[in-house]
Design a protein around this ligand. Structure first.
Ligand SMILES: [Zn+2]
Length: 271
């Protein structure tokens, strides 16, 4: 959850989640969002009425306040920070994943809802919840979450992995994944995506877990499924290559901070 902060309530020292265009500002020493006292951040003082506090989720315990400021396309060259892509920070510091990705999703939401989608008038941020409101036509919008199913398919001691078009160069193989369509259940989406992407049928779907994925607002919902029938036939618009891999001889796969990596590990652990 995000809370609007009044300038007099700014805590002495806080961790600052500062977004400049699509980048995150980081402390060059730690490579993480800086921890600093507000009085030492003079360059940001003109943003004092647009600071939000990121509140901890269940099971999270912050040692200091976390504040979010969207600098938009402003580049404050005098700040002693570097910029880094979200992906690179998340890859390097998986434990920071939840905090940074949440701050980014809220920032992205406000940035992309400055005007009403219904009547085109400027919108206002709602103070007491994360939402924007149009006073002209009463349209209210909440941050969008786009569910995406992700599934590991196994057969005996093998797992079906695919190399997506985006990973053509890296050579990484991963589980299949795809967006849930309007009006579709998660389970229907799993069956449809598998059929569309690799042409096989599956059975015995088991829910595995979920992970928010901030590029830009997905919620990955993981399943493990058993192969039923069919030969691999790939959809070349999305996939370069798909194969059955022996679980003891896997190719380059995603790290286990991602749900894709966790799904593959879970199937491997079942052997
Ligand atoms: Zn409107």
């Amino acid at each position: 959850m995000l809370k609007k902060l009044s300038s007099h309530a700014i805590g002495k020292t806080a961790r600052w989640l500062l977004f400049s265009e699509g980048k995150l500002l980081i402390d060059p020493k730690t490579q993480l969002p800086p921890v600093a006292a507000w009085e030492n951040l003079q360059e940001l003082h003109h943003h004092q009425d647009s600071i939000y506090q990121l509140l901890p989720l269940e099971n999270e315990n912050y040692s200091s306040h976390h504040y979010v400021i969207d600098l938009g396309n402003e580049n404050i060259a005098t700040l002693p920070f570097n910029t880094a892509s979200l992906r690179s920070v998340l890859m390097a510091f998986p434990l920071e994943f939840s905090v940074i990705s949440r701050a980014w999703q809220y920032t992205h939401f406000y940035r992309t809802h400055r005007y009403c989608g219904q009547c085109g008038m400027p919108t206002t941020k709602v103070d007491w919840e994360v939402a924007i409101h149009c006073h002209h036509c009463s349209h209210r919008v909440y941050p969008r979450v786009s569910p995406c199913v992700i599934m590991a398919i196994y057969k005996d001691n093998e797992i079906l992995l695919a190399k997506g078009v985006r990973h053509k160069e890296s050579g990484m193989f991963s589980t299949l994944a795809g967006f849930v369509e309007s009006g579709e259940s998660l389970e229907q989406a799993v069956h449809r995506e598998v059929k569309e992407e690799v042409g096989v049928e599956i059975e015995n779907l088991e829910y595995f877990g979920s992970q928010p994925w901030p590029f830009p607002h997905s919620l990955m919902v993981g399943y493990i499924a058993k192969y039923k029938q069919g030969e691999i036939q790939i959809d070349k618009t999305e996939i370069v290559e798909a194969e059955w891999f022996n679980l003891d001889n896997l190719p380059l796969i995603p790290p286990t901070f991602s749900i894709a990596g966790q799904l593959i590990q879970a199937v491997k652990n079942r052997q």
